[in-house]
Design a protein around this ligand. Sequence first.
Ligand SMILES: *[C@@H]1O[C@H](CO)[C@@H](O)[C@H](O)[C@H]1NC(C)=O
Ligand SMILES: *[C@@H]1O[C@H](CO)[C@@H](O)[C@H](O)[C@H]1NC(C)=O
Ligand SMILES: *[C@@H]1O[C@H](CO)[C@@H](O)[C@H](O)[C@H]1NC(C)=O
Ligand SMILES: *[C@@H]1O[C@H](CO)[C@@H](O)[C@H](O)[C@H]1NC(C)=O
Ligand SMILES: *[C@@H]1O[C@H](CO)[C@@H](O)[C@H](O)[C@H]1NC(C)=O
Ligand SMILES: *[C@@H]1O[C@H](CO)[C@@H](O)[C@H](O)[C@H]1NC(C)=O
Ligand SMILES: *[C@@H]1O[C@H](CO)[C@@H](O)[C@H](O)[C@H]1NC(C)=O
Ligand SMILES: *[C@@H]1O[C@H](CO)[C@@H](O)[C@H](O)[C@H]1NC(C)=O
Ligand SMILES: *[C@@H]1O[C@H](CO)[C@@H](O)[C@H](O)[C@H]1NC(C)=O
Ligand SMILES: *[C@@H]1O[C@H](CO)[C@@H](O)[C@H](O)[C@H]1NC(C)=O
Ligand SMILES: CC(=O)N[C@H]1CO[C@H](CO)[C@@H](O)[C@@H]1O
Length: 807
Amino acid sequence: TMCLYMSLSLFPIPHVSSVDMEPWIHRFQAEGTVDYSQLTFDPSQNELIVGEAEWHCDEFTKGACFSRGKSEEECQNYIRVLLVNGDRLFTCGTNAFTPICTNRTLTNLTEIHDQISGMARCPYNPLHNSTALITSSGELYAATAMDFSGRDPAIYRSLGGLPPLRTAQYNSKWLNEPNFVSSYDIGNFTYFFFRENAVEHDCGRTVFSRAARVCKNDIGGRFLLEDTWTTFMKARLNCSRPGEIPFNYNELQGTFYLPELELLYGIFTTNVNSIAASAVCAFNLSAITQVFSGPFKYQENSRSAWLPYPNPNPDFQCGTIDYGSYVNLTERNLQDAQKFLLMHEVVQPVQPVPYFMEDSVRFSHVAVDVVQGKDMLFHIIYLATDYGTIRKVLSPLNQSTGSCLLDEIELFPPRKRQPIRSLLILHSSSELYVGVRDQVIKIPLMRCNFHKTREACVGARDPYCGWDRVLRRCSTLEDSVSMSQWEQSITKCPVRNVTVDGGFGSWSGWGACSHTDGGSTGSCLCRTRACDNPAPQCGGQSCHGLNVEVSNCSRNGAWTPWTLWAPCSTSCGIGFQVRQRSCSNPTPRHGGRVCVGQNREERYCNEHLPCPPHVYWSAWSAWERCTVPCGGGIQSRRRTCENGNECPGCAQEYQSCNTVPCPDLKKTTPWTPWTPVNISDNGGHYEQRFRYTCKARVPDPALLEVGRQRIEMRYCSSDGSTGCSTDGEGLLRSGKISGHTVNGGWTSWSSWSQCSRDCSRGIRSRKRTCTSPEPRYGGQTCLGPAQEYQECNVTPCPAYEPPPPHM
Ligand SMILES: *[C@@H]1O[C@H](CO)[C@@H](O)[C@H](O)[C@H]1NC(C)=O
Ligand SMILES: *[C@@H]1O[C@H](CO)[C@@H](O)[C@H](O)[C@H]1NC(C)=O
Ligand SMILES: *[C@@H]1O[C@H](CO)[C@@H](O)[C@H](O)[C@H]1NC(C)=O
Ligand SMILES: *[C@@H]1O[C@H](CO)[C@@H](O)[C@H](O)[C@H]1NC(C)=O
Ligand SMILES: *[C@@H]1O[C@H](CO)[C@@H](O)[C@H](O)[C@H]1NC(C)=O
Ligand SMILES: *[C@@H]1O[C@H](CO)[C@@H](O)[C@H](O)[C@H]1NC(C)=O
Ligand SMILES: *[C@@H]1O[C@H](CO)[C@@H](O)[C@H](O)[C@H]1NC(C)=O
Ligand SMILES: *[C@@H]1O[C@H](CO)[C@@H](O)[C@H](O)[C@H]1NC(C)=O
Ligand SMILES: *[C@@H]1O[C@H](CO)[C@@H](O)[C@H](O)[C@H]1NC(C)=O
Ligand SMILES: *[C@@H]1O[C@H](CO)[C@@H](O)[C@H](O)[C@H]1NC(C)=O
Ligand SMILES: CC(=O)N[C@H]1CO[C@H](CO)[C@@H](O)[C@@H]1O
């Protein structure tokens, strides 16, 4: 596709110029604002009116306007009627809600001839939509609101030589809250185009577009319809998108009439309260006339239905005017004229499909240029949008083709847009004039030299332009020397130079495809998509992303590296160790080969590390005898280190034993031999002997303390005749005997025995005996223990792991 022909953005372009209006156009100044909302030109000269005048409202009028609650902005003089009538310019302004009209010299606008009331000629409120025209015979036809509040709309004829007439007042069947759009003087009739609330549509408030007409020679009725039109008729204009449920563009916004073709272009929109959409429809005047010859739509009373009613006068003519005497001017029964206003048929456009439709935009003004192309005449439709651009549209070539959007002319930079207030084509200079709030913009209709190449020129499909093969440039037909060297080909719409960023289409289905994997080929699933939805155009971005997706490829497996060797199974002596790997680098998938080889390897280890000899303890011996039979002794047992002497731990173990307290032991010594005591008594002497008794809870009688001394004494006569007789007690008591008692004394301690353990707390002992000296003759025995124990080798044994079983 070619990308050469764009919808031209004409701002800022040299073809658009804002014109200093001084020498160009009427300019009416209202308190510092310049009103360009009405552009007009002299039809006889086909020239835009030039001139300038200031036309303020006076302070008294403004004051009155303020006092009625209107704002400073509203209380200005807004020009609403601007009509050329011979050498006069007839103008009306709202004049602060006190409309007035003036008759001025066309060439000297400050020269005012007459000033008359603007009532019924000009709206009070500058926002009210109105239309007006002056016929060649000087009658002013105005369609406007007639009062301050705007509740009394009328189509009103005044001035000129005919009696003033109006539509019936406050009768919604005549006019129902109309917004007047345009008016034309066509043949014997004056036509009015407007939209109004549809009185015949009884479900909800709907606006319909209308064409209405009156006979220019209507002079009103007598007794009935006095001062009122007797020829007023109106019909609905239909501009809809066909379909099962047609989409209606109900609201007429602007018209353009081509008198030579008797063709009326109308722009229609949806209601302001619904989504924005606009359409262009063209109506043949003969279609309108035909509807006016057809049946009427009639409602007997306000409760009855609207029904078709045959036209009692289908060959209606406007009649002739004879000022001398009364004639039936209209050939219409006045009662019919009062009854029958609305036509039953709807005026259908030339084509059932609107010439041009666009959503999200409201067209406000239309102008049409008829252009001579190479092969035929073309209609170029200029459409003002509600956001201040102008669409240049080529009217459909024939019934079967649509219209083409040729250009969109941007008048303002995006943030400075303002509504367009008037649109005027001036054929004498081939210019389009656009009135906005504070300026008039002039745009040449033909901009052929914009296209620099033949391709661009022809491809623009612009009826104004063709490629001059001799001059080798894009030119208008007038600039070209002859039609034969002027190339133009308008068979279809231009390709707009709109950059289109590419977009991906949908994915294809998955299909098999192959790939190479390390030298060998494998299979995959693949799918593709193309950058064709849409394909990038005119330098638009191509698609970002993958256009092929590959999935589920077969993959051969491969080994991971070996792990490190695991520790040897032995710490000494021959063992083995292991290392491993897995087929997961990568894992085989989707039919790929598995890895070849072992995933585990073993080897011997510690071959040269012999184990030290194996030492071990013998079993424990039985416990030895307890050191004491009772009262807490110790006993030990032993073991021996086999196969060496490095066994860890102790070879001897102790435990306490015979801890039961000993029974009381009693011991009595045998009597000592008698020992003579040197007491002489009758030549005899005394002898003594001793025995000792002691008792204790000791295991060993040797430990017994010495008990009470017992002494016996006997008397032995000197001759030995009587032997020895015992009378010890008495002697002792007499104190005649004295013993040689010896107290016991300890030997010094023996040296400590060997410790019972080498570590982890053993016991050792030492001994002494009470033999130094031994107690004798009732001497005290030794006090304190004969054996002493002490802990030894309290440090814990070094940690020791038993050796593994021999392998
Ligand atoms: C079309 O658009 C591209 C990108 O916007 C632009 O570079 C090129 O000049 C345009 N071509 C024409 C004929 O306007
Ligand atoms: C225009 O008319 C005004 C008022 O009649 C007059 O003063 C002025 O001289 C006229 N200007 C020209 C250029 O004739
Ligand atoms: C305006 O001037 C024209 C030409 O002189 C005259 O026919 C017409 O009656 C005047 N209109 C008014 C409203 O005075
Ligand atoms: C006059 O017509 C314009 C354009 O359709 C519209 O926006 C405006 O509301 C109308 N004025 C009144 C008073 O209805
Ligand atoms: C308008 O209607 C007349 C009569 O039907 C026809 O001859 C003429 O071609 C039509 N014009 C257009 C522009 O369709
Ligand atoms: C205007 O009306 C007269 C008289 O009725 C008639 O002869 C004439 O043809 C009409 N003109 C047009 C254009 O219809
Ligand atoms: C004029 O109209 C009246 C009433 O409708 C009728 O009686 C009379 O015949 C008509 N005159 C002509 C010349 O048609
Ligand atoms: C209006 O025109 C559309 C499209 O041509 C058509 O479908 C519809 O019936 C027409 N409506 C009326 C009321 O004639
Ligand atoms: C409409 O115009 C196109 C292009 O010029 C042409 O191909 C087609 O035959 C025309 N159709 C009719 C019905 O005239
Ligand atoms: C890829 O393989 C997986 C598992 O086998 C399967 O679920 C998936 O559908 C496959 N993909 C395609 C595109 O066939
Ligand atoms: C041991 C002692 O004193 N013996 C004396 C006892 O008495 C006679 C005579 O009286 C002495 O001769 C002993 O010597």
